[in-house]
Design a protein around this ligand. Structure first.
Ligand code: ZN
Length: 86
């Protein structure tokens, strides 16, 4: 199974937020290489005031595909159970 390849940087390093201009921006890092993704993929620390959060697009579509897969599987599983119950 494919593992989650990106995560928010766990170090306390902060960058300038592209939205509010404050140095409270946490970047995404590649888990395998430890490198930052492009410097606009990240999350602003100022949840209340700014709430800027930009996510990797391809990563987002993978999550969406996975969510669809899981929901379809749940439907099929429920269907199979209902047949078995009869
Ligand atoms: Zn911000």
């Amino acid at each position: 199974m494919e593992t989650f390849k990106y995560t928010l940087d766990r170090s306390s390093k902060k960058f300038v937020c592209p939205n509010c201009g404050k140095k409270r921006f946490v970047l995404y890092v590649d888990i395998n290489t430890g490198n930052y993704l492009t410097d606009d993929f990240g999350k602003c620390d100022r949840e209340q005031n700014c709430n800027y959060h930009k996510f990797n697009k391809s990563l987002g579509s993978i999550c969406k595909a996975l969510a669809i897969f899981i929901s379809v599987r749940t439907v099929v599983f429920t269907f199979a159970l209902s047949i078995l119950a009869i």
